[in-house]
Design a protein around this ligand. Sequence first.
Ligand SMILES: *[C@@H]1O[C@H](CO)[C@@H](O)[C@H](O)[C@H]1NC(C)=O
Ligand SMILES: *[C@@H]1O[C@H](CO)[C@@H](O)[C@H](O)[C@H]1NC(C)=O
Ligand SMILES: *[C@@H]1O[C@H](CO)[C@@H](O)[C@H](O)[C@H]1NC(C)=O
Ligand SMILES: *[C@@H]1O[C@H](CO)[C@@H](O)[C@H](O)[C@H]1NC(C)=O
Ligand SMILES: *[C@@H]1O[C@H](CO)[C@@H](O)[C@H](O)[C@H]1NC(C)=O
Length: 395
Amino acid sequence: MGRIPALISSFLLLLIMATTWAERENKSSSAGLFWSTAKEERDLVHKAGPSDVDDSATAAAAAEDIDGGFSSLEGMLQWAIGHSDAAKLKETAQDVHRLSPSELKQRQMEIKELIEKLKMPSDAQLMQIALDDLNNSSLSLEDRHRALQELLILVEPIDNANDMSKLGGLLVIIRELNHADPDIRKISAWILGKASQNNPFVQKQVLELGALAILMKMVKSSSADEATKAFYAISSLIRNNIAGQQLFYEERGDKMLQDILSNTSMDIRLQRKAVYLVGDLAESQLENIDEAEMPFFSDHSFLKSVVNLTASTDLDLQEKGLVAIKNLLQLRTTEPLVFRDLCGLSDALEKMRQRLQDLMLDEYHKDYAMDVEGLRKEVELIFQEKLGKEVRVPT
Ligand SMILES: *[C@@H]1O[C@H](CO)[C@@H](O)[C@H](O)[C@H]1NC(C)=O
Ligand SMILES: *[C@@H]1O[C@H](CO)[C@@H](O)[C@H](O)[C@H]1NC(C)=O
Ligand SMILES: *[C@@H]1O[C@H](CO)[C@@H](O)[C@H](O)[C@H]1NC(C)=O
Ligand SMILES: *[C@@H]1O[C@H](CO)[C@@H](O)[C@H](O)[C@H]1NC(C)=O
Ligand SMILES: *[C@@H]1O[C@H](CO)[C@@H](O)[C@H](O)[C@H]1NC(C)=O
């Protein structure tokens, strides 16, 4: 016993703190406050918790009740700690220490009622707190980091992403893309990517606020992490978004893709993302037949660098390369002879077939190799069909 009951009673104290704080402050003056980290949580529990609570049975029963009743208890706790001060906690801890078991039981019921009345702060409120923090230029780097980490989690549900936009949060995050600290820039790009994913409303706002150009500069960062997250954000911003794609081409996104794909020393994650985006953009052209096809899709050296990827030692990159080729081959403007004569596609497909045969002998990779071989065959068929049409055209 001992250790765990002590933690539980600290837990209760923190809940007392939270409720009294909320009553006093009426939840309106929350600006500048934030969740605390796990580290602080441990420190505080350590500082405030009496290590020798006698009535461990009562405390354990209280914990059980709470466990059953409140799904967001951990959030409640974190929030409570963030808004409490250690001296006060200690004082209250001593008060509670003097309570008899029945008084403790009584207190426990009161807390339960209070928590039920109080309700957890909503995600929108938590986002507002984090955004207010970020909007404060004297915030420490560590706290800025923490506010961004919170937003990274909060922004995941699509409703929250929309709320963040309505709270003016996108502008606050975009401003962070210019921060001197690469980690801050990286998380900010990550948040924008998450918020924009499959969300035309947020995509539009972020594009209008001019984030695309900044993100494209970040892709050139010497930090591969920063470059990768910026690339992720770009992909999220322009996926299934014609206006975004046009802006991307205007910003010379085609050149960016080519630079990444043709550079063998480039970070492999970035190459995977780039070739995936190529496949995606080509697919978008296939789906929007009224849009003029981008000339870069028929640029010979660009196509050659995509075909080159099928020879990569990275299986994932090979496969993504194959998907991109499949989509590129189906474009109206594609010339199959370019793929055959200048890019060596026939040869590349044959070599890939041999490698996949070998891979199928390996029990561990067999299923994967068979899937990719299915895709490879499909590409081969599309290619042959296109070549066949080409040959039948009278000269
Ligand atoms: C809390 O704030 C609301 C308005 O924001 C007000 O109507 C209410 O009276 C306040 N309650 C207390 C206890 O101050
Ligand atoms: C900004 O942050 C500093 C340092 O954390 C704090 O002292 C100050 O009160 C904050 N300002 C506002 C307006 O929240
Ligand atoms: C950030 O602060 C400025 C004033 O300094 C204010 O106009 C703006 O609304 C704030 N943005 C957010 C999201 O709180
Ligand atoms: C290729 O990528 C590496 C790593 O990102 C970079 O240092 C180098 O400058 C790039 N080469 C060219 C020709 O862009
Ligand atoms: C394709 O790969 C070949 C051989 O590895 C290399 O010589 C060539 O420069 C590559 N072409 C492009 C466009 O990446």
